[in-house]
Design a protein around this ligand. Structure first.
Ligand code: DOR
Ligand code: ZN
Length: 343
């Protein structure tokens, strides 16, 4: 097969940032996707419906003319989230979901939730009204090895939460381990998961062999090869529980190439090409449309997109860096050649 046409896809997890960086990155996503779930970890975080509405307007203003693209907003949960404001924002169509960042887990998560018990009332309300919960699934205790944080989160937080609130629809975001795949496979229909392109392409060697490579660093951090293989199997299995979520997270080259480099991989420019390469390598081109365009909206109970996109088997070279109004940003696959091109 040298060409593939699928229903227009969506990106069920990404970071647009704000201001100049936002205006720079939004067109990359709008070019490929009809909708995207926008993460709320700005400074300050998007914690109210009013903030989300204003942020949504800024994003819409950054969409190039003639492209129809809809940002889907999320609420950043804190220990003090007001269940009524959240429910009202969901009812009004401002919020599509809420995001649980364990405090300190990643970029701008300091105001995140210190203990899920503290927001149990909010989560109960979300289960009642059918509002999905996006979860950054890592524990943050200093005594837990960074490579074990996702697996420990399943045992200590996610498993017990699912037992307590079986009706709550949870997206286990950017999963990175075979333990997560096992958990999602074994869970009921209320549990879905997103998988990023980088976790399908690279293992932790990509970050650490032959020198330390900050552009391969994101959170959750890439794990051993066995985990990458489990993720590839899950993504290409045809299971409706898995869907596309890039976690595209731009940071300037300067912020990445530093003594304390930021976590995040900017994969928006060639996201579809990157995913499709994996499905091709796995002999699963027939499963790509489900993963990219159907499983996500079905899980979120949103309509499927109209229209299609076509990718052709043709080489495309990914630039070494792209210029975000004077600040270079290094994209995922920088300097590599991908074998599929969006037509
Ligand atoms: O690598 C990451 N970058 N993981 C996250 O969870 C957040 C993101 C960011 O905002 O930079
Ligand atoms: Zn993210």
């Amino acid at each position: 097969m040298n060409e593939i046409t699928i229903r227009r896809p969506d990106d069920w997890h990404l970071h647009f940032r704000d201001d100049a960086m936002m205006r720079f990155v939004v067109p990359y996503t709008a070019r490929q996707f009809a909708r995207a779930i926008v993460m709320p970890n700005l400074t300050p975080p998007v914690t109210s419906a009013a903030m989300a509405k204003a942020y949504r307007e800024r994003i819409v203003a950054a969409v190039p003319d003639g492209i129809d693209f809809m940002p889907l907003m999320t609420c950043y949960l804190t220990d003090n989230t007001d269940a009524d404001d959240l429910a009202q924002g969901f009812a009004d169509g401002v919020f599509t979901a809420a995001k649980l960042y364990p405090a300190g887990a990643t970029t701008n998560s300091d105001s995140g939730v210190t203990d899920v018990a503290k927001i149990m009332g909010v989560l109960e309300r979300m289960a009642e009204i059918g509002m999905p919960l996006c979860v950054h699934g890592e524990v943050t205790s200093a005594d837990i090895d960074v490579f074990d944080r996702e697996a420990v989160f399943i045992d200590r937080v996610l498993g017990p939460l699912v037992e307590r609130l079986p009706a709550l629809r949870i997206i286990f975001e950017h999963i990175t381990t075979s333990e997560a795949v096992q958990f999602v496979d074994g869970a009921g229909e209320s549990i879905g998961a997103t998988i990023t392109p980088q976790h399908l392409h690279i293992n932790r060697n990509a970050m650490l062999v032959g020198g330390i490579r900050p552009h391969a660093y994101c959170l959750p951090v890439a794990k051993r090869e066995a985990h990458r293989l489990a993720l590839r199997k899950a993504a290409t299995s045809g299971s409706a529980k898995y869907f596309l979520g890039t976690d595209s997270a731009p940071h300037t080259r300067e912020a990445k190439e530093s003594a304390c480099g930021c976590a995040g991989i900017f994969n928006a420019p060639f996201a579809l090409e990157s995913y499709l390469t994996v499905f091709d390598e796995e002999g699963a081109l027939d499963k790509f449309e489900g993963f990219a365009s159907e499983n996500g909206p079905q899980f979120y109970r949103l309509p499927l997109n109209q229209g299609t996109v076509t990718l052709r088997r043709a080489e495309v070279r990914v630039p070494d860096s792209v210029d975000a109004s004077g600040s270079p940003v290094v994209p995922f696959h920088a300097g590599e050649t991908l074998r599929w091109t969006l037509v």
